[in-house]
Design a protein around this ligand. Structure first.
Ligand code: ADP
Ligand code: MG
Ligand code: ZN
Length: 717
């Protein structure tokens, strides 16, 4: 097990295993067939890669994500692991090259597309090699019950049976259902496997469900508040994706789009633009994202409600794979339910499956209306017991937003519905309230009723959202059918009579997910440059987590750099100097004493706190640790006068200093009274005249120290 940890540190630069990783690896190293179920971003790859490194022979990884194989292999090669891949994009002669490298032991890990297993030529070459592990990634693809069934996955057992000495077989997936789990073990013919099921909670994801008036406005504000961060915006239909994309472009947002209606080339290019950080956001249907390993996706927004919790959780799972704080925002409007029902009706033939899809949809609808902890709802849905009531990181636990009294506006809507006499859909009501001169409106004579045009202050979208919110809250009923119509109910009557108020929670304004420090931005732009040169996605150079740690711990020696999570030996060799240079320049320009900060942060890390301190705060905290001014000056290589100005700054912010400063180490009482006299005569707006009027032995430091003691500190107490 020690050797596994060593490999984790040497190649990946991580100190500890996450969750079940250690146990999974141990089981594989013991030669047991192993199945691990971990959430997206849980760190499945390391579970088969480390055994691959420690086993004598070759590991074959079967992965369905052909478009990502190159990135996956590039990323482990960048760690110093000998790896290659074979899929349909690889030419015959290249395959021959790879095979000879396999024979000579120059490749430890080979990624193959499942289709390859159907080629007898390939199988016969592999048979003669020493294969110690076959790892099946995204193993749910073997199951017809899973959502990404792949026929070629059903050949895996045959492929394995072809070896004279059976390798250890391992399977990995994020799909949890019992049915799929059983199916995997049976289909791949795992031999008495050890099964690990990790918790599904993704604590770093903030889960929000919002009912906003103007969805696009909100998105725009949000993206602007988080400019430069990567995010995915999911919409239900191609049409909606296209329209979102156009609107984003029109507002100068760096955006791409992805849906099955685009050509293969366009899809490939748009996906790459996103993965390589060439665009910030991508508007997409659920066709996008399968196996997107991009680790720095900071937000996933659902512009529409997804069809079920399974898809929803998979889609938001693409945020924050690096473990950094990320946000998932679902924007719900009642027409989303109608869209999803329509999609079920038109895309599913079997009535059994339709019923099951309707049930799942209902759970999704319940979710968006749920008042309790959203995280708990999801985890319970997947059969996981949760021992808390509130997670503290979902929109219901945080209870953001302001409550606004919408009674009057609601009465306007309700009385309009009442006056229209017959039942109409939401759009017609909106048209009347906004005073539209559409033919249909005039035909019915709605321009004559008193509510005609009384809500012109709303945009069409806002008003339709408002009406839909009233429906979602039960103040109006919806009569479903091909053309759903609205009706008043007993709640409406109470509102109209003024017996009850309508208080709605207006969603808060878009906020920043995280604030990046200057140094982080410097490191990030350096990463971007390197990525461009090497033609790899930036997150493969270093993850956001790694950059963030560098920017708060200021490593300035290679040894310290190695101590940063995500910096392994090879990465240190390749990029260490470039990044060290930036940190050194930064700490020099900002007068930060790096070694000291590095160690202090280390202690703070151990106690769980890790706040970046400003340079003057460091001085103060040293002072509070009973160091005197000279010691601080020496330790931080700062002048006495700088140290004094740090204290000054701190005190001037109105903060109380919990330390006694031994001023009389800095000047004598006699010097003090001379300085005070000079100040009385000359004022203290300028130090130079004071200095000139005093003997040479009285330095600027002494003058500053007296001012600090007798004026600034005095005022403060
Ligand atoms: P999965 O395949 O389970 O979705 P990955 O294997 O792609 O997840 O890992 C997700 C991210 O987590 C990667 O950036 C990986 O480097 C990181 N990671 C994995 N294990 C650890 C660990 N023990 N410590 C820190 N980061 C880790
Ligand atoms: Mg994976
Ligand atoms: Zn919660």
């Amino acid at each position: 097990m020690n050797s596994a940890l060593k490999a984790l540190n040497k190649y990946y630069g991580y100190d500890n295993f996450r969750g079940d990783q250690g146990k999974v690896i141990e089981s594989i190293l013991n030669g047991r067939d192993t199945m691990a179920i971990m959430p997206t971003g849980g760190g499945k790859s390391i579970c088969y890669q480390i055994p691959a490194l420690l086993f004598k022979g070759i590991t074959i990884v079967i992965s369905p994500l052909i478009s990502l194989m190159k990135d996956q292999v590039d990323s482990i090669k960048a760690l110093g692991i000998k790896a290659a891949y074979i899929n349909s994009s690889i030419s015959q002669s290249e395959i021959l090259n790879i095979c000879s490298s396999l024979k000579s032991g120059d490749i430890k890990i080979l990624y193959v597309a499942p289709e390859r297993l159907e080629s007898s030529e390939f199988c016969s070459i592999i048979k003669n090699l020493r294969v110690s592990q076959v790892a099946v990634d995204e193993a749910h693809c073997v199951s017809q019950w899973g959502h990404d069934f792949r026929v070629s996955y059903t050949y895996i057992w045959k492929f394995i049976a072809g070896f004279s000495k059976r390798p250890v077989v391992t399977a990995f997936t994020a799909t949890a259902t019992e049915k799929v789990r059983k199916d995997i073990a049976e289909q791949i013919k795992l031999n008495n496997p050890v099964v690990f099921i990790s918790g599904f909670d993704r604590k770093n994801l903030k889960i929000s469900c919002l009912k906003v008036g103007n969805r696009f406005r909100y998105i725009l504000d949000y993206i602007r508040a988080n400019a430069g961060q990567s995010g995915i915006i999911y919409a239900a239909t191609r049409k909606e994706v296209d329209s979102l994309y156009e609107k984003l472009k029109a507002n100068n947002i760096s955006a791409g789009r992805y849906h099955a209606g685009l050509s293969i080339e366009d899809r490939k290019k748009n996906q790459e633009d996103f993965v390589y950080d060439r665009v910030d956001v991508i508007a997409a249907t659920n066709a996008f994202g399968m196996g997107i390993d991009k680790s720095n996706v900071r937000f996933v927004i659902h512009y529409n409600m997804p069809k079920n919790i399974e898809s929803y959780y998979q889609e938001i799972g693409r945020a924050g794979r690096d473990g950094e704080k990320s946000e998932c925002i679902l924007m719900f409007a009642p027409q989303d339910i109608i869209t999803q029902k329509y999609l079920i009706e038109t895309s599913i033939q079997s009535s059994d499956r339709r019923i099951s899809e309707y049930k799942k949809l209902q759970c999704m609808v319940d979710f968006v209306h749920y008042n309790g902890c959203l995280r708990k709802y999801i985890l319970n849905y997947f059969g996981e017991q949760v021992d808390y009531e509130e997670c503290g990181n979902c929109s219901n636990c945080i209870r953001e937003g302001e409550y606004v009294d919408k009674t009057v506006d609601s009465q306007k809507v309700l009385s309009c519905i009442y006056r229209m006499k017959r039942e109409f859909g939401v759009n017609m009501i909106v048209d009347v309230l906004r005073g539209s001169s559409q033919k249909k409106v005039l035909q019915y004579g709605f321009d004559k009723i008193s509510t005609y045009g009384i809500m012109k202050n709303y945009s069409k979208e806002e008003l339709s959202n408002f009406v839909n919110t009233l429906i979602a809250q039960g103040y109006i009923s919806l009569k479903e059918g091909e053309y759903p119509t609205v009706m008043l109910n007993s709640n409406s009557v109470k509102i109209l009579k003024g017996e009850e108020k309508v208080i709605l929670k207006e969603s808060t304004k878009a906020e920043k997910i995280t604030t990046n420090s200057d140094l982080f931005e410097l490191l990030r732009s350096c990463r971007r440059e390197i990525a461009k040169e090497e033609e790899v996605p930036p997150y493969l150079i270093f993850s956001d987590t790694t950059l963030r740690e560098i920017s708060s711990r200021y490593p300035v020696t290679p040894q310290q750099m190695l101590d940063i999570s995500g910096v392994g030996e090879l990465k240190l060799k390749k990029y260490g100097n470039v990044f060290l240079k930036i940190v050194k320049k930064y700490v020099y320009e900002n007068k930060i004493e790096p070694n000291w900060v590095f160690e202090m942060n280390l202690q703070k890390n151990n106690t769980g706190k890790n706040n970046k301190l400003k340079t003057f705060e460091i001085t103060v905290s040293m002072l509070e640790d009973n160091m005197n001014i000279e010691e601080i000056s020496e330790k931080r290589s700062l002048t006495i006068s700088t140290v004094l100005s740090h204290i000054e700054k701190y005190v001037e912010q109105g903060k109380k200093l919990n330390a006694e400063i031994k001023f009389y180490n800095l000047f004598t009482r006699d010097e003090e009274s001379k300085i005070l006299k000079a100040i009385k005569k000359l004022g203290m707006s300028r130090l130079k005249p004071i200095k000139k009027s005093l003997p040479d032995s009285i330095s600027y430091d002494k003058i500053k120290a007296v001012i600090l003691k007798d004026f600034i500190m005095e005022n403060n107490n």
